[in-house]
Design a binder for this molecule. Structure first.
Ligand code: NAD
Ligand code: UDP
Length: 324
């Protein structure tokens, strides 16, 4: 048990943050969840509110935060294109000012600090699969840049605090992750397709659907987070965390139609600007350094995720969230 360890999770009411909070509470940590509820929801952590070692604080990390903790997981940031493009200036501020504030807090406390970075820092990659040594192919002025460049700048800040202030940093580059509690209306492909399929609506495949993604189930990812945080002080990352199984978007659509028994038809819509053509993590570094590899294949993960959306639907919650 780690009861004497106090952990701060920024973005703790979001999809990944809520799963991480559950995991750390069950490992015996005291968890302080900080969130401004921009994309997160109280519903995601409602079941934790009565836990004696869980605390919730509404706060925007673009402003300084004064708390006392031993470890910080910095997850706060809208993660889906629809959400991060809604207020792009705020997205960059959350990544950059949020990183500065969390690094400042870590420096005062001499706390270990973890950054939820992203495969988006590779942009539309020209190297496949992507190893951590690849520097990326990123547009600085496009609609995705607020997120991609904000996350790149955050990585720069983390490594400068490490070099300059000898902070213990842990930088994870997360590839597409899915599971229960992804927002049904955030436009991310797995949740969008499941909701469309359950409502027997058209499945909207962008472009020809030949672009690829690699989908990691949330429990696998959270296990990678904890292993990285617990790794020896010389392990800073960046380290790719994702599932190397690679699928075209069309394959994903067909799989979801099959698993839901849906009557939905596949329709094609224009490909968004700067949409990466392929993405698959090279996870050799995570395997060698952390002894980590994902265990849940896509088919199994989808079968664990679909019932979550069925429940939301039966409670009328999906309809309210997507305003049908
Ligand atoms: P999410 O939108 O569900 O969670 C993000 C949380 O951060 C939300 O609860 C939101 O309210 C909160 N937040 C946003 N701005 C904030 C601010 N200024 N102050 C305080 N809280 C703020 O997204 P998620 O999928 O859980 O992503 C979590 C982190 O992981 C993000 O940093 C994201 O960039 C990163 N990531 C996620 C994925 C993925 O596939 N889910 C992939 C790569 C990286
Ligand atoms: N996508 C799609 N239909 C949708 C939503 C997404 O075809 O309704 C595609 C999107 O163009 C991209 C892929 O699915 O190629 C993954 O999109 P997502 O927004 O989930 O993640 P990201 O592009 O950030 O990897």
């Amino acid at each position: 048990m780690h009861l004497e360890r106090r952990v701060l999770i920024t973005g703790g009411a979001g999809f990944l943050g809520s799963h991480l909070a559950e995991r750390l509470l069950s490992d015996g940590y005291q968890v302080l969840c900080v969130d401004n509820f921009y994309t997160g929801a109280r519903r995601n952590i409602e079941h934790l509110l009565s836990h004696p070692h869980f605390e919730l604080l509404r706060h925007d990390i673009t402003h300084p935060l004064f708390v006392e903790v031993d470890e910080i997981y910095n997850l706060a940031c809208p993660a889906s294109p629809i959400h991060y493009q809604r207020d792009p200036v705020q997205t960059t501020k959350t990544s950059v000012l949020g990183a500065i504030n969390m690094l400042g807090l870590a420096k005062r406390l001499r706390a270990k600090v973890f950054q939820a970075s992203t495969s988006e820092i590779y942009g539309d990659p020209t190297v496949h699969p992507q190893p951590e040594t690849y520097w990326g192919n990123v547009n600085t002025i496009g609609p995705r840049s607020c997120y991609d460049e904000g996350k790149r700048c955050a990585e720069t800040l983390f490594f400068d605090y490490w070099r300059q202030h000898k902070l213990q940093i842990k930088v994870a580059r997360i590839f597409n992750t899915y599971g229960p509690r992804t927002h049904p209306n955030d436009g991310r492909v797995v949740s969008s397709f499941i909701v469309q399929a359950l409502l027997n609506r058209d499945i909207t495949v962008f472009g020809r659907g030949e672009q690829t993604r690699s989908f990691c189930y949330v429990d696998d990812l959270v296990d990678g987070f904890v292993r990285l945080m617990d790794s020896s002080a010389d392990v800073t990352g960046p380290i790719n965390l994702g599932n190397p199984g690679e699928f075209t978007i069309l394959e994903l659509a067909k799989l979801i139609i099959d698993f839901t028994g849906s009557r939905s038809k596949i329709v094609h819509q224009p490909l968004p600007q700067d949409d990466p053509k392929q993405r698959r993590p090279d996870i050799s570094r995570a395997q060698e350094t952390l002894g980590w590899a994902p265990k849940v294949p896509l088919r199994e993960g989808l079968k664990k995720t679909i019932p979550y959306f069925e429940t939301l639907l039966s409670q009328g919650l999906v309809q309210r969230m997507i305003a049908v």
